[in-house]
Design a protein around this ligand. Structure first.
Ligand SMILES: [Zn+2]
Length: 506
């Protein structure tokens, strides 16, 4: 085997997040990893490939801690949807997908993320009524083909949305009760067997794309299934990822069903640990935050989705004060209709500041940028090699054009990445030492043919899911009357009085 050629990145301005500055430095890369960072003119082998980064700000690739690759073919399909209406719409907006559709949807999202400065993500993808190695393989291949890092997990459940919410089935007329019966999930043994096959037969380079386990929402899974998912993940040394306290209705269901919060229940089931990611965490109280922090778990904060679905704003400042690791995500394009991590960072900043004038409770731009890089990297289980420009870390680098209008002038790179950059200033992107976006274009991608394929898929899926759309239209009024009703149950979390205690009245 011949040694891989080294690469040297010369004359870029390398971001120091906490220092709010970017000084000129050269970066030496061997294979896929950074081996040295030094003053301009850094010694490099004579045959090293040179990347000229003059007039470029170099920042670590952003890492999307929570997304859904299947959402990219459904972007823009809804508006004024709560989380519960989004779940009601799922058979319409994500149903009847072929393996090719799954690939296409994920691939579109991967390209969008790369073009917008994001080099790795945690993707929870759906297959109904259970995962298949072929389906997950299609998603994984999409990331590998795009040259993007990803942790991909099939979202699994053995209880349908209608069975999961106590009382919801009872308010449906019998004809609709019958119709939603066909939305039953597979028995948990079948999903577990499929996941086991996926984990044991993984062929892709795990440094680029690796599998994980994702029981989707606690009350959509039986306790036995949740425990089995945790055992499976730990047997195989892969991550565990669940939607936790996303909507208020979810917490109320948990309190009714378990007599405690879903997070307390997850702790009792043995799910919490350093490998565990709680997506959202909007309705965590102080005890839940402590539970997650004590176990070294992570929260994936998705402020755009949380605002769009009316779920609220997570107490990220409090999480960080409790030393709970926080990563930042976009969530799927069906509930945050793009995959732009710069936007997620800006929304995270604005959402924290919009809550009141006490600026001691606000997130600082460096907290947010750290969360979107090193914090998300830890959530992916890759904190020792992603999320930083440092020796021994992967060469996942974003090159921002400092002659772009977003950067004229460049006063403070940390503030401007969070508050000014919108993705249009990204000039090129490197993953593992290889350029995957050059001069604003993903390398080797034919967008005209991609758009044609997506349009054909869109048309075919619209026809195939016409019945599911009708079903959604018949259900939405009933679900919308019932679930926000649940959310009206008195349950108050005071985030600003320093107490952050929850009050629940049964
Ligand atoms: Zn999600």
């Amino acid at each position: 085997m011949t040694a891989k050629r080294m690469t040297v990145v010369r004359n870029g301005r390398v971001l120091d997040i906490k220092g709010h500055r970017a000084s000129a430095a050269d970066i030496l890369i061997d294979g896929d990893s950074i081996i040295e960072i030094g003053q301009p003119g850094l010694a490099a082998p004579a045959d090293a490939a040179v990347v000229d980064a003059t007039d470029r700000l170099v920042h670590p690739g952003l890492i999307n801690a929570h997304t859904h690759g299947h959402g990219n073919l459904s972007k823009g399909m809804g508006d004024r949807w709560t989380l519960e209406l989004l779940l009601t719409a799922a058979p319409w907006i994500s149903g009847n997908r072929t393996a090719e559709d799954k690939y296409l949807s994920t691939y579109i999202g991967a390209l969008e993320m790369l073009m917008k400065g994001c080099t790795a993500c945690y993707d929870l993808t759906v297959e109904f009524p259970q995962p298949t190695p072929e389906g997950l393989g299609a998603c994984a291949k999409a990331y590998a083909d795009a040259g993007m890092r990803a942790v991909v997990a099939p979202m699994v459940a053995n209880i349908s949305f209608y069975e999961a919410i106590p009382g919801l089935l009872d308010v449906l007329p019998s004809a609709l009760q019958k119709e939603v019966e066909r939305l039953r999930m597979a028995p948990h043994e079948a999903s577990l067997a499929a996941m086991r096959t996926i984990l044991t037969s993984w062929r892709l380079d795990r440094e680029l794309v690796r599998p994980a386990v994702a029981p989707t929402i606690p009350h959509h899974c039986s306790d036995e299934f949740m425990r089995a998912c945790a055992r499976l993940a730990r047997e195989h040394g892969v991550g565990l990822h669940t939607h936790v306290h996303e909507s208020k209705a979810q917490v109320i269901v948990g309190l009714k069903k378990y007599g405690k919060t879903p997070t307390a229940h997850l702790q009792d089931l043995g799910l919490l640990g350093p490998d565990f990611v709680a997506a959202h965490g909007v309705w965590l109280d102080q005890d839940d935050i402590k539970r997650l922090a004590d176990h070294g778990s992570s929260v994936a904060h998705n402020p755009g989705s949380n605002m769009l679905l009316g779920n609220g704003i997570a107490a990220v400042k409090l999480m960080m004060e409790q030393r709970l690791n926080v990563g930042i995500g976009t969530d799927g394009a069906a509930c945050c209709d793009n995959q732009n991590m710069y936007e997620s960072m800006r929304v995270a900043s604005y959402a924290s500041k919009a809550q009141g004038p006490d600026n001691r409770r606000w997130l600082a731009t460096e907290d947010i940028l750290e969360a979107a890089t090193a914090g998300s990297a830890r959530a992916l289980g890759l904190g020792d090699r992603l999320g930083k420009i440092a020796r021994g870390y992967k060469a996942d680098l974003v090159f921002i054009d400092l002659n772009h209008v977003n950067w004229i002038p460049c006063n403070d790179p940390t503030n401007q990445l969070v508050h000014t950059e919108d993705g249009t200033g990204v000039h090129s992107v490197m993953v593992g030492g290889r350029m995957v976006v050059e001069n604003r274009r993903p390398v080797g991608v034919d967008f005209t043919s991609l758009a044609r394929k997506a349009e054909a898929a869109r048309e075919r899926l619209a026809a195939a899911n016409a019945g599911n759309k009708q079903l959604f239209e018949r259900l939405q009024g009933l679900v919308n009357a019932f679930c926000p009703g649940l959310a009206k149950t008195p349950y108050h979390i005071d985030r600003f009085a320093g107490g952050h205690h929850a009050h629940y009245v049964r």
